[in-house]
Write a protein that binds this ligand. Sequence first.
Ligand code: DX5
Ligand code: ZN
Length: 219
Amino acid sequence: MKKLLSASMMCADLTNVEKAVRELEAAEIEYLHIDIMDGSFVPNITLGFDFVNALKSITDIPLDVHMMVNNPARFIDRMKLDKGDVICIHYEADENAKDTLELIRSHGCQAGLAINPTTPLSCLEGFEASIDMALVMTVTPGFAGQKMFDGAQEKVTEARKLLSTADRYIPIEVDGNMSSENGRKLSAAGADIFVLGTSGLFIKNKDMKVAADEFRAVL
Ligand code: DX5
Ligand code: ZN
């Protein structure tokens, strides 16, 4: 499939979100990635459901919501999304992940399942029918500005292999320290959607369209 870029909104200028959104539209970014944290599953709190709904009201770029929240099922109905949008939950945060993925689909959007760097890839086994996207975290979730873990490339290769047994193509998203150099390696390994934060898109004194085009050029 075509390689897609997802802009990590926690890295945008939060004092002028609409301006950032217009620049991301001009850069033809395919998704807006919204990190939702609960201060418990991860030791940080960033964006929330009102932010998701506010973004939805000002842009047609599909939203890619990454929920780093324990028991996410209780919050799914707080977001007003549609079929082009994705809600991704963490395998580690939900004992009933299959039910929650089904709940997400029943709200008319796409369902994604994320795994942390320390979670074995084999945990995705058996979820093929329940997911529309797999999110392989390339840093420990919670904070921008970290370094990609060693072994990320191999994990994406393994993920692509595991998902190839599914009856349809399941995109792999990668999130964390997505510089163009890391993007190039993970693209070759089979990643499809790249979450761009401080490493790949929100770079001081660099136009977002220039950064996005440079990133696309290496994929
Ligand atoms: C966490 C976030 C981050 C971050 C990506 O889920 O999505 O990984 O914003 O940006 P950098 O490039 O700073 O890791
Ligand atoms: Zn994220």
